[in-house]
Structure formats: structure tokens, C-alpha cells
Design a binder for this molecule. Structure first.
Ligand code: GDP
Ligand code: IMO
Ligand code: MG
Length: 429
């Protein structure tokens, strides 16, 4: 069995969707195991552009998509997304999409609490996507979530809604936000039930069968290691574990199912929302990267903050994420820049550190230590073979490999599916 797990190695939006779509041609099943519709994955195939948030990217290739129990599912957002991609000609049905019956639901009150909390934080806001992700994961851990299987049991919904509303309405009222009524929520859930339940099943059984049959499973991560609730730049993180180890708990498979772990990193860095970003370039360079890279969030449309590649940060992601090979994307965005910088460590006060320390205040103060490297005048855009790359671009890739202590096994040179250079097939094992 040769499975592959894809995770983001920076702060998200590295091009995971493009790489998953590309690799899905070699897979039988594509599985989401964490996150929710805070993710936004853009896939460009010929003249079609697909924007996916909850749906596994393998659906575009007609591969079976599985949403694991580690995902928080907003049923309204899910049905809307299914409607959108069906209008683009994709086949999404209970035959092609299976959703874990024990996945927790995101309800309208979660987004309301997300927004109210962010407003209360003021200047210290996290800059969440406002999708209710944090409050939904909190409810799961607090054992008061409503799960997909509960949609089949109106009597369970009845008492669980009481418990949920006691908690949320107290908080919402305290924050000066409108509260929710039980009858309306119950009606909404009962109306959603027949639309959602046909997709629901114990996906762990299907994945166990897939394993027995020797099927190839591709685990599709959302967000990224620096947004991981444990390993990221806390508290400016998302509310799930994004590292590869999460596939086991988030899909109901053993840890050995991860197979080969591929980390995705951009050839520079971006971040959406607040929080430390040592190599950020809030200047002409950052604006240049943002324009060339079309760095606007898929989910919220916010302009992404841009900066130089931070090798110290990616090296940490390689270690905590169990990354065995790196896919480097958006190399083409650096075309024509005369001088490039790579972050190799941090200076805080008089001290030089190889990695970001965990404290929020120390992280905010961290100044990057840079290594300067010559850029290239030729074009990498659309290159499909290593031989087509300017020699200096190859040097840049090689230097990154050394600094992050991980081989670069795939390169992406444009948004288009086939503008990809594979150096080592992660499924070949
Ligand atoms: P994800 O969240 O990791 O799946 O990434 P997003 O889809 O949110 O953001 C990546 C963006 O970069 C998308 O608009 C992709 O179409 C685009 N993209 C992916 N790979 C490349 C590449 O190699 N070059 C360029 N120029 N764009 C790319
Ligand atoms: P993909 O899968 C980039 C960021 C938000 C915010 C923080 C917490 O497309 O890479 P949340 O709504 O999760 O509570 O927000 O995490 N964030 C992302 N940034 N790409 C994503 O997903 C993200 N998902 C969440 O901007 O800073
Ligand atoms: Mg994205």
C-alpha cells in the first residue's frame, strides 16, 4: 500500500489543492481529515477554475471523496458548494462523496460567536475566516457538539440543542450579540437531515476496506503547520491539528496509513489574518509578490501578507509535520527579481535563534536573519521539466533543500494542473 498525505508547510494557501488534484490521478480515494470551510483550494484545469472549501479536491478527477470525522461540517455551506461544483459539471453524489457520520456540525450560532469574539478582541483579533471553526471545535471537545448522525434522531437533537443553546446564548448575550431560538434551529436541522444523511456513513469502515483492497489513499490537509493549534504561531492559529499525525484521529485509520508525507510550500511566504510573520515585506517587494502571485484569499477575498521564504520556519514544519518531501510552488512568481532573500533564523534582542520561540511576545519581536541569493532573469513559468529551468532557479531550489533539511520532490510553475515537475513520485514505494 502506498498512500500519500499532503499538508501545508507554511501559513496556508501554498497550493495544496493544485498538488492534490495533480496527484489524485494516481489515487483511488481522497480524504479530508481536519479543518472545515475555512479552507479555500483553487484548481485550474484548462479553462475551468474550481474553488473548493469542504469537498476533497480529488472529486475534480472523479475520485471518491471522503470527509473524515476530524472535519467540522457546515451543512448549509456543504450543500451550497455541492450546488456550485455540480453547475460546473462535476458529479457529486452519495456514490462519489462519503461523510463521516460522527463529524461535528457547524451551526449558524458558531459563526455568530466567531464574529462576536473577534469584534470583542479588537486590535488583538486573530483575523479568523469567520466561519465558526473555532467555536465548533470547542463544542466538540466540550462534548456538546451536534454531529451528523444526530440528524437522524430528532429526540437527541431536542436535548442537545438545549445544552448547546444554554452555553451559546449565555455567551452571545454577554457579548451583546443576538441570541438563537431553539424552534428555528430544530426546523433548520430537520430540513437539512434528508439532504445530508444520504452522504453519511462510518467512513472508517470504508477506509479499512479500501486498505484491504490495496487502494491508494490520498489524505488532503487544509491550513498548514504554522496554523496548527499546537505547533503553530499560537494563538494566531486555526483550531485543529494540521500535522500529518492528524490523519489517524481525523479519518479513523491507523497512523501507518499516512504513507509518504508531502509538505507544500510556496517559494516565498504568505499569511492571511493576524499574527507573527518575521520575513514579511510590508513594502514594494511584498506588493510585487502579492500582485504577481495573485495573493488574495479564496475564502474571504482578503489580500494576503507577503514576504520572503522562511527556511527556519519550514524546517520546523518539516520536523513537527513529519514531512518527507517538499513540493515547492509558485517559483514563477519570483521570475525577474534580481536579488532574493531567504530567512535562515531569528534575532531577538541580542540572541540569535535557529527557530521561532513559542511565546507570542518573543515571536512578535523576532527579526529574521537573511541569506541573500541571486535571482534569475529567465522564466520558470509553465516549465514542465527540470531542464527548462534557469540555472539560478535550480540553485535557489537546491539551497532551500539544504536549509529545510528535506528534498524538494515536486515543483509547480503556474496555477495550471499540468505545469508541474515531478522529481520523485510519492506514490512509488
Ligand atoms: P491551498 O489553500 O493550499 O490549496 O492554496 P490556494 O488555492 O488557496 O492558493 C494557491 C493559489 O496559487 C491558487 O490561486 C492557485 O491557483 C495558485 N497556484 C498554485 N500553484 C501555483 C504556481 O506554481 N504558480 C502560480 N503562479 N500560481 C499557483
Ligand atoms: P487553506 O486550506 C490560509 C487562517 C485565518 C486566521 C486563522 C484562524 O486554504 O490553506 P479560522 O477561521 O480557521 O479560525 O482562522 O487561520 N486560516 C487560513 N489561512 N489558508 C487557510 O486554509 C486558512 N484557514 C484558516 O486567516 O488567520
Ligand atoms: Mg487556500
Amino acid at each position: 500500500m502506498a498512500n500519500v498525505t499532503i499538508i501545508g508547510a507554511q501559513w496556508g494557501d501554498e497550493g495544496k489543492g493544485k498538488v492534490v488534484d495533480w496527484l489524485a490521478s494516481r489515487a483511488d480515494v481522497v480524504v479530508r481529515f481536519q479543518g472545515g470551510h475555512n479552507a479555500g483550494h483553487t484548481l485550474v484545469v484548462g479553462n475551468q477554475t474550481y474553488k473548493l472549501s469542504l469537498l476533497p479536491s480529488g472529486l475534480v478527477r472523479g475520485k471518491l471523496g471522503v470527509i473524515g470525522n476530524g472535519v467540522v461540517v457546515d451543512p448549509v455551506a456543504l450543500l451550497a458548494e455541492i450546488g456550485r461544483v455540480r453547475a460546473q459539471g462535476l458529479n457529486v453524489s452519495p456514490e462519489t462523496l462519503r461523510i463521516a457520520d460522527n463529524a461535528p456540525l457547524i451551526l449558524p450560532l458558531h459563526a455568530a460567536l466567531d464574529a462576536a469574539r473577534e469584534a470583542a478582541r479588537g486590535a488583538r483579533r486573530i483575523g479568523t475566516t469567520g466561519r465558526g471553526i473555532g467555536p465548533a471545535y470547542e463544542d466538540k471537545v466540550a462534548r456538546r457538539a451536534i454531529r451528523i448522525c444526530d440528524l437522524a434522531e430528532p429526540e437527541t437533537l431536542d436535548w442537545r440543542l438545549d445544552e448547546l443553546l444554554l452555553h451559546h446564548n449565555t455567551l452571545l448575550a454577554g457579548l451583546g450579540a443576538p441570541t438563537f431560538g431553539k424552534a428555528e434551529l430544530m426546523d433548520q436541522l430537520l430540513a437539512l437531515a434528508p439532504q445530508i444523511l444520504p452522504f453519511a456513513e462510518p467512513v472508517w469502515e470504508r477506509l479499512a476496506e479500501a486498505k484491504k483492497a490495496g487502494a491508494r489513499i490520498l489524505f488532503e490537509g487544509a491550513q498548514a503547520v504554522m496554523l496548527d493549534v499546537d505547533h503553530g504561531t499560537y494563538p494566531f492559529v486555526t483550531s485543529s491539528n494540521t500535522v500529518s499525525g492528524q490523519i489517524a484521529a481525523g479519518a479513523g485509520v491507523g497512523p501507518d496509513a499516512a504513507g509518504r508525507v508531502l509538505g507544500i510550500a510556496k517559494a516565498y511566504s504568505t499569511r492571511v489574518g493576524s499574527g507573527p510573520f518575521p520575513t514579511e515585506q510590508d513594502n514594494e517587494i511584498g506588493r510585487h509578490l502579492g500582485e504577481r502571485g495573485h495573493e488574495f484569499g479564496t475564502v474571504t477575498g482578503r489580500a494576503r501578507r507577503c514576504g520572503w521564504f522562511d527556511a527556519a520556519l519550514v524546517r520546523q514544519a518539516v520536523k513537527v509535520g513529519g514531512i518527507q518531501g517538499l513540493a515547492l510552488t509558485k517559483l514563477d512568481v519570483l521570475d525577474g527579481m534580481t536579488t532574493l532573500q531567504i530567512g535562515v533564523g531569528y534575532r531577538i534582542g541580542g540572541e540569535t535563534l535557529p527557530h521561532l520561540p513559542p511565546g507570542a511576545a518573543a515571536q512578535a519581536k523576532a527579526e529574521p536573519v537573511y541569506e541573500t541569493i541571486e535571482g534569475w532573469s529567465g522564466s520558470t513559468r509553465g516549465a514542465r521539466s527540470y531542464a527548462d529551468l534557469p540555472a539560478q532557479a535550480i540553485k535557489y531550489v537546491r539551497r532551500i533543500e539544504e536549509l529545510v533539511e528535506c528534498p524538494v520532490t515536486l515543483l509547480s510553475t503556474s496555477p495550471e494542473r499540468d505545469d508541474t515537475i515531478l522529481m520523485q513520485d510519492p506514490f512509488a514505494d
